[in-house]
Design a protein around this ligand. Structure first.
Ligand SMILES: Nc1ncnc2c1ncn2[C@@H]1O[C@H](COP(=O)(O)OP(=O)(O)OP(=O)(O)O)[C@@H](O)[C@H]1O
Length: 292
């Protein structure tokens, strides 16, 4: 029997049959051969006006994310993970389908405006203010952000002097400071050392327990298992599997291992089996009731 409605955690994100397409230049060869390929010299592609292909980055994704969930997103390069996060953040416009969010999602690294010439500390203030925190809230959060980033004296150096890992750590700490209802993290934790990974895992857990909802793109099955309550597996813009973090991460890792071992038949069977289990999510939106 379904639990009474009051017991069901609040919906923070609803994604209903979302399709996102990009237009990219077709890979037309340059030089004498290209005139043959496109028939006449006049149609040789120039300055980006040549033939184009449509990339279906997301092809009918549906899911609901509720308060208290940390959702890992796994998939091969180019499977649509970043596009899904950018679409939830409102940065990509779906060709079809709908995305609803309970409040403005914070996509790590985008919402926090970082300026290379300013110090980490100055960027901390700027980033927090850009996410809508008041100056008093920024003051109150300051020490916690510096401690979470854990970049030592570098916090007073210009950000353009940071390594990519140091910048990623500061961005994560700033984004988490706003205690967003919906936090979207795209691989930022991959660059951290073990101590930072532990601190960031704890921070995500804290946000989740405070009724937030976190999406985490990661290629590390272990990171997903340790950090998330649930995971989704994307392949060529489609949702393969949506379930418990450990199960989805392990099945994805098993499939990836079959692929890298060149066992195409086993990989195809694993993918087909996962698809048949995980493609029946239907999200019916009723925005008036804030539920799906
Ligand atoms: N701005 C764009 N213009 C054209 N194609 C794009 C654009 N952004 C993404 N794509 C294409 O959309 C598909 C999905 O890309 P996306 O970045 O979402 O994949 P991903 O799973 O995040 O990959 P990765 O693990 O490498 O970060 C890819 O085929 C990519 O080439």
């Amino acid at each position: 029997m379904a639990p009474p409605e009051a017991d069901v955690p609040r919906v923070h994100v609803a994604v209903a049959d979302v399709h996102v397409r990009f237009t990219a230049p077709a890979n037309a060869p340059r030089g004498p051969d290209s005139t043959r390929r496109w028939g006449r010299p006049a149609v040789v592609p120039r300055l980006g006006n040549g033939p184009a292909v449509v990339v279906r980055a997301l092809a009918g994704i549906s899911l609901v994310a509720r308060a208290g969930e940390a959702i890992g997103v796994v998939g091969l390069n180019g499977s649509g993970k970043s596009t899904l996060l950018r679409t939830i953040a409102g940065l990509e416009r779906p060709a079809r389908g709908t995305v609803l969010a309970s409040s403005a999602p914070v996509l790590l690294g985008v919402n926090a405006a970082m300026v290379g010439a300013l110090t980490g500390r100055e960027n901390l203030r700027l980033g927090c203010l850009a996410m809508g925190m008041s100056p008093a809230e920024v003051d109150a959060a300051h020490d916690g952000v510096v401690a979470l980033a854990g970049i030592g004296d570098a916090v007073d150096r210009p950000m353009r002097t940071y390594s990519s890992g140091m910048a990623a750590r500061l961005r994560f700490a700033i984004a988490a400071a706003a205690q967003p209802e919906v936090l979207l993290i795209d691989e930022a934790l991959a660059t951290g050392d073990a101590a930072f990974r532990q601190r960031s895992t704890d921070r995500i857990e804290q946000l989740r327990r405070g009724a937030g909802c976190v999406f985490l793109v990661s290629h590390g099955a272990r990171t997903i298992e340790e950090t998330c309550t649930r995971a989704i597996w994307l392949h060529q813009g489609r949702l393969v599997l949506d379930g418990g973090a450990a199960e989805v991460a392990q099945r994805y890792a098993g499939w990836a291992a079959e692929l890298s071992a060149g066992d195409d038949a086993a990989a195809a069977a694993t993918l087909a089996e996962a698809f048949t289990e995980g493609t029946d999510t239907v999200v019916a939106l009723d925005a008036r009731r804030e539920s799906a």
